[in-house]
Write a new protein. Structure first.
Length: 443
């Protein structure tokens, strides 16, 4: 991370000549502009920059869709203001002479754009702060690495791609070393960009890996998450390869985004360890709200394919101590006591998932919900409530959630309900390979 003064020195010395200004969209992607560093310092820092407000009202293909109150053809698709948060200013070392800054969104009257993912998380953090609390978090993102370039993968319709590993390399040093030219570069470049790398390791699916980072305050963790996700793709691409953060690329193991989470007092004291009753209420809130907030943990059609019995992806809304069959796994002790939410996949928007966890936890704290006994054994075989089996179910649960409406407000609730409606309508109209292979000749 660098200060504005450091950036000015780097610009003067010719080491930086470009600044990427970026917002995070509904899909969890960085969107924005490459601006000259001089223009950033003289104009963007004091005044902000403009971006079309359709960036929070399009589908994954960037197509304009109906149903959003934020913007439409009728309102002319105007601009909102991208206000750089200089606390996020960092080098982007995988790009030549480039720095990167993340932005908050405002309208022209200076009012924050409520459906902005970063704004949604900040609003929940403010609710925590009012209770004398703050949140620490870390996200563990898995991905599948391929030898093919993104362009080759596109031309092959994403079929017959060659993974970096041909067998399960979970914890294998021999297997992961074969991907080290790419994974090692990702670790080093992320370190230069201000992320604190802990480790990388192999995973179960063919070519599946993860890079893990040290926990931070929740907002910084979400900011780092989207920078890492974009940077990892760009690094792989520059090396002639590709990687995917799809929750479920094929019929083997999916890619997760386990979220480690704990509360601290404003003085840094560990709340979960010092106040067991707060921990219990917070955990009870997670269980009570898990199904109705799953849409924020699993935001895409593909997300739900990951929830498969015996796959290390959860199917039960249950909690257990160091039990990977449960949706919520409690790990650590003392200062390190934390919960691990195993429901999100690698396609998650981290701002929305962290906001959902805070909203659920506050629901438990405010209503003093009692925590059920921990689950011991195989939660896949339990009678616990199930994680929604598809996006249709998750959409209905979110639509009827009074908790979601109260925690996020009607504007945000309606915005992300429409997001689900758009995805469902588009998918329901699509014809899949599965249908063609089963039906072309035999039906």
């Amino acid at each position: 991370m660098i200060s504005l003064q450091q950036l000015q020195s780097l610009v003067s010395s010719g080491e930086v000549d470009t600044v990427v200004i970026a917002l995070t969209d509904m899909q969890g992607r960085l969107m924005g502009k490459h601006v000259t560093a001089d223009f950033f310092i003289s104009e963007v820092v004091p005044h902000g920059a403009e971006g079309c407000n359709y960036l929070l009202a399009v589908d994954t293909d960037m197509k304009t869709v109906a149903g959003y109150a934020l913007t439409s053809w009728a309102s002319g698709y105007g601009d909102f203001v991208m206000k750089p948060d200089l606390a996020t200013l960092r080098l982007a070392p995988w790009l030549e002479k480039t720095a990167l800054v993340q932005c908050d969104l405002e309208d022209h009257a200076g009012v924050g754009v409520l459906p902005s993912p970063r704004q949604i998380l900040k609003a929940q953090l403010e609710r925590l702060h009012a209770r004398g609390l703050t949140a620490l978090a870390a996200t563990e993102l898995e991905f599948i690495l391929f030898k093919d370039s993104y362009e080759a993968a596109w031309k092959q319709a994403y079929r017959d791609l060659e993974p970096f590993n041909y067998y399960n390399v979970d914890y294998s040093i021999l297997g992961t070393s074969r991907a080290e030219p790419v994974i090692g570069r990702i670790r080093r470049e992320m370190t230069k960009a201000g992320l604190v790398v802990e480790n990388s390791k192999g995973e179960c699916n063919l070519g599946q890996h993860e890079v893990n980072f040290k926990y931070k305050d929740a907002l910084s963790t979400a900011d780092d998450h989207v920078v890492y996700k974009t940077g990892a793709k760009e690094i792989a691409s520059r090396m002639g390869h590709s990687l995917t953060f799809m929750a479920k690329f094929n019929e083997r193991e999916g890619s997760s985004c386990h979220i480690h989470f704990s509360l601290r007092g404003l003085d840094g004291s560990p709340t979960f360890a010092a106040q067991p009753e707060v921990f219990d209420h917070f955990m009870a809130g997670q269980l009570a709200a898990m199904r109705e907030l799953t849409l924020l943990y699993a935001p895409n059609i593909n997300s739900y394919k990951r929830y498969a019995k015996g796959s290390f992806a959860p199917t039960a809304a249950a909690w257990g101590r160091d039990n990977r069959t449960c949706g919520l796994r409690v790990v650590g002790h003392g200062h390190s006591l934390r919960l691990e939410n195993r429901v999100p996949g690698a396609d998650v928007n981290p701002y929305l998932a962290l906001a959902a966890m805070i909203a659920a936890g506050l629901h438990g704290i405010d209503n003093k919900l009692a925590l059920e006994p921990e689950f011991k054994g195989n939660a896949y075989e339990s009678d616990k409530p199930r994680v929604p089996r598809n996006m249709h179910v998750a959409r209905e649960l979110f639509a009827n959630s009074n908790l979601a409406k109260a925690a996020f407000g009607d504007v945000v609730h309606a915005h992300y309900l429409n997001y689900a409606d758009v995805e469902l309508e588009l998918f329901d109209a699509a014809i899949t390979d599965w249908e063609r292979f089963r039906g072309f000749e035999r039906l």
